[in-house]
Design a protein around this ligand. Structure first.
Ligand code: SF4
Ligand code: ZN
Length: 506
């Protein structure tokens, strides 16, 4: 598997799932998993070879029944599932915000992480009207630490749009939801429409991709638009007509808890009798065991579907690997490496009116990465910049904020903090500067304010900045900054810069 690799994950929804890529528990990306939009379908491709389809109505009926019975018995108790029952129309007003908010939060985020955020969000903004009246600052504060901050922003923009432009009436079909609401992609639209409004429409997220690819031995690149289109067709054909919301949740739940990326629990799987990947593994095992006992059967029928140049089978250059078993599927092209960036950041500290330390934070631009969030004054560093030069550019940058000269030599290097964004490997080179007197911040620059440590943690700051203040070092501070309290209590940090050990929670 040089180019494609068995994707050990799928975006995940809970304790088990995940894709090679996001670890278990995390869930789909919605449109960003490569899901095609309706505009993608300009031509009608030839139907896939039969082995990759669910063409027997009896089998489809059995699969739906087995999966739903398992879901009724085994589904996890999650707060957004407590709001309503089975997507009955009477529950629509109550279900809608719960499903929408949970679906948006679950994109790229672990279920365990989402629960607390979801509960706080629903407590604060239980209705669309309440959310529409919130400020972006409030949304960012509640979202702080959840990552992918544009999700919260767009959720609120969509709520505003429903209230102000759609007279408070929610679109009720997947097509309209996707067309009319910002931040609602094909997956989210399908989930809301099926779970809240009972529309018989399928969903495709990372978990569903994994389950379907295994059920039908799809080994072509599962992130390619052609394969994603096929999976959507399959999901739309499979979805149960009377309980579409439950069926979709059941399929995702199966991927998150049973058909997990690395070690699927095939023995406990409610749809194992419909799974062609498992069937293939069993045939191979039967063949191997009969061979062991000197009774070689005919060569097992474990070839690909038999159609030359099949667009859904693994490519000839990347054939089935017996050692991987069912985890041969799904496969996806190797992920692009994140780009490497370095940013100088300075923790500016002063004594507040009660003697407690206060830190300067400034607001990021309203678009782009971490839009509108607050951070310590920072600036990107050119590659290969010498340490002395780093200090100088940072001192110049700080001077603009403070309106007074900053001597580069007074900036104390503290350490480096690494934070991985989805597409950026970011290293923060952290300096500190303790101010003796007060400074007047230039109001013409971006908004800025002084905060205590407690205020810092309740502000809309990113996880990366919390790491900076929390001292999650990738590169230890200079040895001169270390001292050892006692062998039992472990290493303690001392900062002669004025940054106290407590403030870095070392
Ligand atoms: S039998 Fe195994 S591989 Fe097939 S769907 Fe079930 S858990 Fe997944
Ligand atoms: Zn094939």
């Amino acid at each position: 598997m040089s180019q494609l690799r068995a994707a050990a994950g799928g975006l995940r929804r809970g304790g088990g799932g995940g894709r090679a890529v996001p670890p278990a528990g995390r869930r789909r990306k919605d449109a960003s998993v490569g899901v095609s939009s309706p505009g993608h379908r300009g031509r009608t491709p030839a139907p896939p070879p039969a082995p990759h389809l669910f063409s027997d109505p009896a089998e489809v009926g059995a699969l739906r029944g087995n999966l739903l019975a398992w879901y009724d018995r085994c589904k996890r108790d999650l707060p957004w599932r407590r709001v309503g029952g089975t997507g009955a129309p009477a529950l629509i007003p109550a279900l809608f915000p719960a499903v929408w908010v949970s679906e948006i939060m679950l994109q790229q985020t672990q279920v365990a992480t989402v629960i607390d955020y979801y509960n706080r969000w629903m407590q604060k903004w239980p209705t669309l009207q309440a959310l529409a009246q919130a400020s972006l600052e409030e949304v960012n504060e509640l979202w702080a630490g959840l990552g992918y901050y544009s999700r919260g922003k767009r959720l609120q923009e969509a709520a505003k749009k429903v209230v102000s432009e759609l007279a408070g009436r929610m679109p009720r079909t997947a097509e309209d939801l996707q067309k009319l609401l910002p931040g609602v992609g094909r997956y989210t639209a399908g989930a809301i429409a099926s779970i809240s409004y009972g529309q018989a429409t399928g969903v495709v997220d990372g978990n569903v991709i994994r389950v379907l690819c295994r059920l039908r031995c799809i080994g072509a690149d599962s992130s390619s638009p052609a394969v994603i289109d096929r999976l959507w067709d399959m999901a739309n054909a499979l979805v149960d007509r009377s309980r579409p919301g439950d069926f979709n949740q059941a399929l995702m739940e199966l991927g998150a808890t049973v058909c997990v990326p690395k070690a699927p629990l095939c023995g406990e799987c409610p749809v194992k009798q419909h799974c062609r990947a498992r069937c293939r593994v069993e045939k191979e095992l039967a063949f191997a065991s009969q061979k062991l006992f000197g009774n070689p059967p005919p060569v097992p029928d474990v070839e690909d579907c038999g159609v030359g140049d099949c667009p859904l089978c693994p490519p000839a250059t990347e054939p089935w690997d017996s050692s991987l078993g069912v985890t041969n599927f799904p496969r996806k092209a190797a992920k692009k490496q994140p780009r490497v960036e370095r940013t100088a950041t300075c923790v500016l500290e002063r004594r507040g009116c009660h003697g407690a330390p206060e830190y300067l934070i400034v607001q990021r631009p309203s678009s782009g990465l971490l839009a509108g969030l607050w951070e310590f004054p920072s600036l990107p560093l050119a590659q290969g910049l010498q340490e002395e030069k780093q200090r100088e550019v940072l001192a110049d940058h700080l001077q603009a904020w403070m309106g007074q000269p900053v001597v580069a030599g007074r900036l104390r290097f503290i350490g480096e903090v690494v934070h991985i964004f989805s597409h950026i490997h970011q290293t923060y080179v952290v300096y500190s500067l303790h101010l003796d007197g007060d400074v007047t911040l230039d109001p013409a620059l971006s908004p800025s304010r002084w905060v205590t440590e407690d205020e810092f943690h309740t502000s809309a700051v990113s996880t990366a900045m919390k790491k900076v203040l929390g001292g999650t070092w990738a590169f230890p501070p200079f040895p001169s900054l270390w001292s050892w309290a006692s062998p039992d209590s472990g290493p303690q940090l001392e900062f002669s810069s004025g940054l106290s050990c407590a403030s870095f929670r070392c």
